[in-house]
Design a binder for this molecule. Structure first.
Ligand code: UGA
Length: 433
């Protein structure tokens, strides 16, 4: 099929490259000319394993084309995906200015039937407004369909998530739109949920909010574990084996971050408020998420008492491993709080130190984990990168001023750390041995 994707952010670019890989001809359009000229040279603005290779192969095969012209994209494709950003406004609501702009631009360039698909994460009823906008601005009486096809890609494993999805959600209001999207996704051989547009829109916000709820739930339980001397890892294992609960997203830690969960939880709360529905549950989810960061800081104080003038080594920055994304990363808030109390911070992260330079002042970026440990009063783990799981602990111990490790992601075993001579504190691992 001939497809165009408007918006080459994270979702747009991964979706475009993967559709091209499946044999479609894909035009990716973006109004950022610098980004487009880099992409034409196969320079990828984000860190995503496997994406660069996929872009290179498909650009070479002429199945993946980049342009700044929405007109070129609209005129030369049968299906148009809207994948522009929907950031949070100050009141938590999603800012749909980008979506509205693209809808108008599509309308002005429409020269025949097109299927226009919302891929961006949008509030329920956005489809209705996109349809209204296109109908308002389209020049002649040209037919078009609207559909919703939310994405469920995780940063760091987006290509695998696209190629092997748990499900594909398609929200449509005509058979023609349904047939187009079903045949586009058929090669993936994945379960499909075909529904109306509003239900599809809701599936996205409900899914992300539910996952955030799971994380906050286990984080709240981890606090109880600490109070009574139980182990949250084993509690989560015992819960997760129940098929109705499932083991995923039950890792206690320093809270969820990233560009999706915080924004989507806020947007869903604001949608519910507007509709006069009660979603107080999500306010509690947010509160627990914030609390995880302050609880983490209090663990540091429990060990060091006074933070002022202490050197604290931090392993990790990105909101999770295998990405360079530091948007809403808990690490940033934690580091800033420690600095506010007068701590000196040393950091190592495999991918996101360059990005963090813009956000963090007066920190020492280190070349590896060991340099981070050198002369530090304690070591914090804030992102569970694989390379942190396999450190040479005798070296770590020699380098630290005191053998203090506070593990915000539970990547080490408390018993082993104790045997190695560390004072080790995880999250919710309160069992006294
Ligand atoms: C999330 C969803 O998982 C995707 O399905 C969705 O498509 C995407 O948002 C989106 O809306 O675009 P992502 O933000 O890439 O994906 O990251 P996740 O892997 O879901 O992790 C989110 C945060 O939760 C991270 O900070 C992670 O450390 C934290 N987390 C995750 C936990 O603290 N505990 C867990 O058990 C799982």
């Amino acid at each position: 099929m001939k497809i165009s994707i408007i918006g080459t952010g994270y979702v747009g670019l991964v979706t475009g490259a993967c559709f091209a890989e499946l044999g479609n001809t894909v035009i990716c359009a973006d109004n950022n000319s610098k980004k487009i000229s880099s992409l034409k040279k196969c320079i990828i603005p984000i860190y995503e394993p496997g994406l660069e290779e996929l872009v290179k192969i498909n650009v070479k095969k002429k199945r993946l084309i980049f342009t700044t012209s929405v007109r070129e994209a609209v005129v030369n494709s049968e299906v148009i995906f809207i994948a522009v950003g929907t950031p949070s406004l100050d009141n938590g609501e999603a800012d749909l200015t980008g979506v509205e702009n693209v809808a108008r631009n599509i309308a002005l360039n429409l020269n025949g039937y097109r299927l226009i698909v919302e891929k961006s994460t949008v509030p329920v009823e956005t489809g209705k407004w996109v349809k209204h906008t296109i109908a308002t601005y389209v020049k002649r009486n040209i037919k078009f369909d609207i559909a919703s096809n939310p994405e469920f890609l995780r940063e760091g494993q987006a290509i695998n998530d696209f190629m092997h999805p748990d499900r594909i959600v398609i929200g449509v209001e005509s058979k023609k739109a349904r047939d187009i999207l079903v045949s586009l996704y058929e090669p993936l051989n994945a379960p499909m949920v075909v529904t109306d547009i509003k239900s599809a829109e809701l599936i996205k916000h409900a899914s992300n909010s539910f996952l955030a709820t799971k994380i906050s739930f286990i984080n709240a339980i981890s606090h109880i574990c600490e109070k009574v001397g139980a182990d949250v890892v084993e509690v989560a294992q015992g819960m997760g084996l129940d098929k109705r609960i499932g083991p995923g997203f039950l890792n206690a830690g320093i809270g969820y971050g990233g560009s999706c969960f915080p924004k989507d939880v806020d947007a869903f709360i604001s949608i519910a408020e507007k509709l006069g529905c009660n979603l107080d549950l999500l306010d509690a989810v947010k509160a627990v998420n914030e609390q995880q960061k302050s609880l983490f800081i209090s663990k540091i104080k429990d060990l060091l008492w006074i933070i002022k003038d202490k050197t604290i080594g931090v392993l990790g920055l990105s909101f999770k491993p295998n990405t360079d994304d530091i948007r809403n990363a808990p690490s940033i808030d934690i580091i800033k709080s420690l600095q506010a109390e007068g701590a000196k911070i040393k950091i190592y992260d495999p991918s996101s130190m360059e990005k963090a330079e813009e956000l963090l002042d007066k920190v020492k970026f280190c070349k590896d984990p060991y340099e981070t440990c050198k002369g530090s009063d304690c070591l914090l783990v804030v992102t569970e990168w694989d390379e942190f799981k396999e450190l040479d602990f005798s070296k770590v111990k020699k380098m630290l001023k005191r053998p203090f490790v506070i593990d915000g992601r539970n990547i080490y075993e408390p018993e082993r750390m104790k045997k190695l001579g560390f004072t080790y504190i995880g999250i919710g691992r309160g069992r006294r041995s």
